[in-house]
Design a protein around this ligand. Structure first.
Ligand code: PGA
Length: 253
């Protein structure tokens, strides 16, 4: 069965105290107000993972994600964090290939493939991000662009490995800009992604893959986006830093 997922990507925001109060608020609101079977994920910065995870331990709906990880298992990689380290502090999901990492940290398709493999080997579910820049959409090349991103990083996985992957479609022109893809634009790209996945893996696996939308998703547009047949939830940036907004998005299914 395809999971409904709302994941909050906190990016490089919040101090330790602020992170703890944000997650406590979210945890309480989810306990009091959310009765559906949504998988709620929070992705705080590395130093806060363990404490945030401890705070949400008693809440079955809440899950912990990292925003990035190394493709290497261990060793002389100063500043890097491995999948097994994340696993050892209770991390269940990891965002791989966010456009900000592709852009500012030059992560290429092959590196992302290695990260996917490393996460899956530790039983951590990767949330694999794809999405086109504005010039590709304006030139009507967005399907090809996203198709290539999927192919170049995912197609080397086995069916069993792919079963663990969540995909997030995040058009770059919609990230942090206040400009959201229309529900129709999201649906047609999500359907395209699912079709590409069914060519690379078996059709059932593609059908069961959760595909999240990300890019200026907020309490005002989440319901419409999540009502689309191939939109299985959201990857939320800015609005995930406000407990009320994030919870309202979770309640939009
Ligand atoms: P945004 O970010 O919701 O602030 O647009 C989404 C993301 O980058 O995951």
């Amino acid at each position: 069965m395809r999971k409904q997922i709302v994941a909050g990507n906190w990016k490089m925001n919040k101090t330790y105290e602020e992170a703890l109060s944000l997650v406590s608020e979210i945890d309480n609101m989810v306990k009091d107000e959310v009765n559906s079977q949504v998988t709620v994920i929070v992705a705080p910065p590395f130093p806060f993972l363990q404490s945030v995870g401890k705070l949400t331990q008693g809440n079955d709906l809440m899950h912990l994600a990292a925003q990035n990880m190394s493709e290497h298992e261990s060793g002389a990689y100063t500043g890097e964090v491995s999948a097994s380290m994340l696993k050892s502090v209770g991390v269940q999901y990891v965002i791989i290939g966010h456009s900000e990492r592709r852009m500012y940290h030059h992560e290429d398709a092959q590196t992302l493939y290695k990260k996917l493999k490393a996460a899956i080997a530790q039983g951590i579910t990767p949330i694999f991000c794809c999405g086109e820049p504005l010039e590709e959409r304006d030139a009507d090349r967005h399907f090809d662009y996203v198709g290539k991103q999927l192919h170049d990083s995912l197609s080397y996985l086995s069916n069993e490995e792919f079963d663990q992957v969540v995909v997030a479609y995040e058009p770059i022109w919609a990230i942090g800009t206040g400009r959201t893809a229309s529900s129709q634009q999201a649906q047609e790209m999500h359907a395209y992604i699912r079709e590409q996945l069914s060519r690379m893996f078996d059709a059932e696996a593609a059908f069961n893959t959760s595909i999240l939308y990300g890019g200026s998703c907020n309490p005002g547009n989440a319901r419409e986006l999540f009502s689309q047949a191939d939109v299985d939830g959201g990857l939320i940036g800015g609005a995930s830093l406000k407990s009320r907004d994030f919870t309202d998005i979770i309640k939009s299914f």
